[in-house]
Ligand binder design. Structure first.
Ligand SMILES: *Cc1c(COP(=O)(O)O)cnc(C)c1O
Length: 353
């Protein structure tokens, strides 16, 4: 899609919006007497409003991610970036979005909150992406397609070329959620947003970067799309404490930890494969494994009773009989494996020793 076509997808009220301008937008100097924002003059460390444009943080993220700062939106978690797509593009009660199933639950919840219909397209039995069905599910009121790669909860990544084919052929925005990209071999799509203005790529600091508690999500998109999202967000959506803390934390590389999680993922899968309660381990490019087991609810209950908490996906469409297990520290994974070994299914006699 070209820029005009993308602009035409924006809700009319947002296209007309006169955004809130913060008190300090006009003053560019470094020092001054700040009597413009009704703040307290007494220094508490946090008496001033934070930078609404998150300039320092965007400059650092731009270096790390290799894309210009004007291609980056920073949200209060990916949740805010997800919500932004609905608020910028989707007319409540009229528009719809297309999403794959199974996938991340937040897309649907956000759609419901915004009174936007979701058209679900089932993934293949092996969780492959049915590109033609995704495109066929779109109509004149479809404003976005939500894709997630590597996908949560299935763990697989979709081929880059297949994703880009959807981006090129769709007449809507296409969101590709790359929350787990750091654990994956495929190259990120964030480098394509400049030439594809209908593409939005999400990443997060909640997973590989270890900052889930700080709430920081990223969206990469064409500057014209980023500008819309920035007009719609709360002006001070990222607190001063978060901006400062993240900026410091970004100087600690995560490569060694990511490598360890990836190697633990392979080890845990290997060890699980020999357990009688494990029926299938789906290939994963994320920091979790989706595992089909003989009795998901019973095994989930057994693990909980043993103090091991995993995610029961048994009732999720396409995931019957499955548990989703996050890869933790080696000792934590060993605890989980040990607990799996002590599980005895109802009706199956324990081994006589
Ligand atoms: C965990 C996860 C996120 C991260 O959400 P935050 O709000 O940034 O913590 C985003 N997308 C998917 C698919 C996830 O699994």
């Amino acid at each position: 899609m070209n820029l005009q076509e993308v602009a035409a997808l924006v809700r009319p009220n947002i296209a007309r919006l006169c955004p809130y301008s913060t008190a300090r937008d006009e003053y560019k100097g470094p020092l001054g007497v700040f009597l413009d924002a009704n703040e307290s003059p007494y220094p508490t460390g946090f008496n001033r409003y934070p930078d609404p444009h998150q300039k320092a943080l965007k400059a650092r993220l731009s270096e790390i991610k290799g894309v210009p700062a004007e291609n980056i939106f920073i949200g209060n978690g990916s949740d805010e970036a997800i919500d932004m797509v609905f608020r910028v593009f989707c007319e409540p009660g009229r528009d719809n979005v297309v999403a794959i199933e199974p996938s991340y639950g937040m897309y649907g919840v956000c759609a419901d909150i915004n009174d936007v219909a979701v058209r679900s397209v089932a993934l293949g039995a092996d969780f492959s992406l049915p590109a033609e069905a995704v495109l066929a599910a779109c109509d004149a009121h479809t404003k976005a397609i939500f894709l997630c790669s590597p996908n949560n909860p299935s763990g697989n990544a979709f081929p880059r070329e297949q994703l880009m084919d959807i981006v090129r052929r769709a007449r809507t925005m296409v969101v590709v959620d790359e929350a787990y990209i750091d654990f994956c071999q495929e190259r990120s799509l964030r480098f394509e947003v400049e030439t594809c203005p209908n593409l939005i790529v999400y990443q997060t600091l909640s997973k590989a970067w270890g900052m889930a508690g700080l709430r920081l999500g990223l969206a990469f998109a064409h500057p014209s799309v980023i500008a819309r999202m920035s007009q719609v967000k709360y002006p001070y959506n990222i607190s001063a404490l978060t901006q400062q803390t993240v900026l410091e934390a970004l100087s600690h590389p995560i490569d060694a930890q990511v490598a360890e999680i990836v190697s633990e993922r392979a080890r845990v899968a290997r060890e699980m494969a020999s357990l009688p309660c494990v029926k299938h381990i789906y290939p994963s490019q994320a920091n979790f494994l989706l595992v089909k087991v003989s009795d998901a609810d019973a095994l989930y209950g057994h693990l909980i009773a043993d103090g091991v908490i995993v995610r029961n996906r048994n009732k999720v469409k396409g995931c019957a009989g499955c548990l989703r297990i996050t890869i933790g520290l080696k000792a934590e994974n060993d605890r989980m494996l040990q607990s799996l070994r002590t599980f005895r299914e109802a009706g199956v006699l324990p081994d006589i020793v």
